[in-house]
Design a protein around this ligand. Structure first.
Ligand code: BES
Ligand code: ZN
Length: 624
């Protein structure tokens, strides 16, 4: 089962051959020169002028589906500064003021990924730039949901998704992960709703519909986030809790009951949690991701509410980003593995602390299987995208969101752990977060850092570090994972596939979601519809309430043409907008010559998808 979206098409191939001037060597002996972190996905020129603080006031208008706002930025300038440049995407700018005085501004040409630059003349002494604007119809970060698309069906809902470069579609900003700022906000929303942000948050609705926010720690723009809806709060511990629509609130509190243990485990590993509170908001099912690590307020899909806490590694993942990503941030989207690879590693460590080694090794094994499968396919289709250090110039950074930065990144770090021993690696990581907190990291800086603080040249060479980072494919020293629990599953599976024997009920009665996922993912090519029907009769996979299990089950069943699954496929695709599930399911339909079915379902489902998912599915299904 793929961990995440693979959103590329043949078209991406055309763009994937750009020269990357940071890649100075690909052999294992030469040292790299630290590269300057030029972010090719922003128009901003931070060496001349950059933002330090945002004061945002906004009105959220559900009738017109737009946000009207003023973004007042504190700026820092170089001695020679004569302009400051912001990124925008489909924003209508009404007025710009520099230190209170109305100023001219120049909007440049549109680029399909980057949007437009807004250049504002300033002097070295300028302190504040304020921009009055409203969002457009193509605000890619925003999803405006009608009441019917929510669980309660009585109020509309709005949420943002800023990563990677979508913040510029709701706030004019210097939209680069290397530029950090603190913020305050005043947000006006309809009276039956509450606004929440990646900031200090209210816990109850007020009478006025006006909410104040403050984020005292500096964040990059991709962590700007807001959600507006009819949600309520319940505490899990003193510093952690959950926001959800009423009908999901108790379920969510139950599902995330181990949250405080996870935070303590994370702090025990890599140092104090830096952000004050840690809350989670459970969003409507059209949220395009599993989770998003917005500081102080993780955004989560409701598809992890399995009722048995079996899918909470996602929470461990988003929590881990509070260190890897939110404290130490990838300098550019080419360095995305520094965010996600570290986070998957940290996620697995938290899971091991809280649920034990056997449990964590099941997760690692699923991760490894997914990586090996995805990497093999990508090596043929988009070989350059299988390097840890990505080459995303001229492309949508979303093209880099594949298993590579996540899982190849994870296994590279696991290899380093196995090389130096866990104790030494933990000391290294703790210092890495402490030393580099609130800073950015390039891949090249990381290489220098790890050579200075952990690996000898010889170790660096022996583990083939440069191959891992700069070469396509997976080197031949991919760490092995030994899951005792999966070994038992394998025995039952081979009895079933060779003799049709029903797996031992005493064993299967205790299987977790992960054992079932391994079982389903390991069904051999050519498993027949009769065999699938038999399994469905025993285990009811088609009607499973566990979204990971159903999505995994769609693979062999769609491939085999097992008709009983089709209504469930349709119902699932129409209600869920999480891209990690959509991509493999639509792909399976296409590969099984079910293009008509895929397109009929998509016609019904598309209005419910967030722009991020829609863009990927449009490409996949040829709706350019
Ligand atoms: N930060 C990512 C989501 C993301 C990445 C959004 C790139 C936009 C661009 C988040 O932390 C994430 O990785 N989510 C995963 C969770 C999983 C790996 C546990 C997801 O959504 O599936
Ligand atoms: Zn992540």
């Amino acid at each position: 089962m793929k961990r995440i979206l693979l959103g590329f098409t043949a078209l991406s191939l055309l763009f994937s051959c750009q020269q990357n001037n940071n890649t100075v060597t690909t052999d294992n002996t030469t040292t790299e020169k630290p590269a300057s972190a030029t972010d090719v996905h922003t128009y901003a020129n931070p060496s001349m002028a950059k933002v330090t603080h945002l004061n945002w006031s906004a009105i959220v208008d559900f009738d017109q589906k737009k946000i009207m706002a003023t973004a007042e930025w504190d700026i820092e300038t170089s001695d020679s500064a004569n302009e400051i440049v912001f990124d925008i995407f489909d924003l209508k700018i009404f007025e710009v003021r520099v230190d209170g005085v109305k100023a001219k501004f120049n909007v440049g040409d549109f680029d399909e990924h980057k949007g437009k630059p807004v250049a504002i003349p300033i002097t070295a002494g300028s302190k504040k730039v304020s921009i009055a604007y409203e969002t457009g119809k193509n605000a890619r970060a925003l999803q405006w949901l009608d009441a019917e698309q929510t669980a309660g069906k009585n109020a509309p809902f709005l949420f943002t998704q800023s990563q990677a470069i979508l913040a510029r579609s709701w706030v004019p900003c210097q939209d680069s992960p290397g530029i950090r700022f603190t913020y305050n906000a005043t947000v006006t929303v309809p009276k039956n709703m509450i606004a929440l942000m990646s900031a200090e948050n209210p816990q109850v609705k007020n009478e006025t519909g006006v909410y104040e926010f403050s984020m005292p720690q500096p964040i990059p723009s991709y962590l700007l986030a807001m959600s507006v809806g009819d949600v309520h709060f319940k505490a899990i511990s003193d510093r952690a809790g959950v926001y959800a629509e009423t009908s999901l609130l108790d379920t969510s509190v139950y599902e995330f009951a181990d949250l405080e243990d996870m935070i303590k485990a994370a702090e025990g590993l890599y140092g104090p949690y830096a952000w004050g509170r840690y809350d989670i908001i459970v969003l409507p099912p059209s949220f395009p991701f599993g989770g998003m690590e917005n500081p102080r307020l993780t955004f989560a899909t409701p598809t992890i509410l399995a009722g048995d806490r079996s899918l909470v590694s996602l929470v461990a993942h988003e929590l881990a980003h509070s260190w890897s990503g939110n404290l130490v941030t990838n300098a550019t989207w080419d360095d995305f593995w520094l965010n996600e690879g570290f986070t998957v590693y940290f996620e697995h460590r938290i899971m091991e602390e809280v649920y034990g080694h056997d449990y964590a090794e099941m997760l690692a094994s699923l991760t490894r299987d997914g990586l090996v499968e995805d990497a093999a396919r990508m090596l043929v289709e988009v070989p350059n995208d299988t390097k840890l250090k990505l080459e995303l110039q001229g492309r949508n950074p979303d093209d880099g969101v594949t298993s590579i930065p996540y899982d190849k990144g994870y296994f590279f770090l696991r290899l380093i752990e196995e090389t130096v021993g866990r104790d030494a690696f933990d000391v290294f990581l703790k210092n890495y977060f402490e030393t580099n907190k609130f800073k950015v990291m390039t891949t090249e800086d990381f290489i220098v850092y790890i050579k200075e603080n952990l690996l000898s040249e010889e170790q660096y060479t022996t583990i083939k570090a440069n191959d891992w980072i700069y070469k396509p494919g997976i080197p031949d020293n991919l760490p092995e994972v030994h899951s005792n629990k999966f070994a038992l599953v394998n025995t039952e599976l081979s009895n079933f596939t060779s003799n049709g024997t029903q797996p031992n009920v005493e064993l299967t009665g205790n299987w977790s979601t992960h054992e079932w996922l391994h079982f389903i993912n390991s069904l051999p090519e050519g498993t027949s519809t009769e065999q699938l029907m038999q399994l469905d009769g025993w285990y009811g996979f088609t009607q499973s309430g566990n979204n990971e299990i159903v999505a995994a089950w769609f693979q062999p069943t769609i491939k085999a043409g097992y008709q009983a699954v089709y209504p469930r496929v349709e119902a699932f695709l129409v209600s869920v907008g999480r891209r990690k599930f959509l991509t493999p399911t639509y792909e399976a339909l296409l590969n099984a010559d079910k293009a008509t079915m895929a397109n009929d379902i998509y016609a019904k489902a598309r209005p419910n998808y967030h722009a991020v998912s829609r863009e990927t599915m449009d490409k996949l299904l040829g709706h350019e």
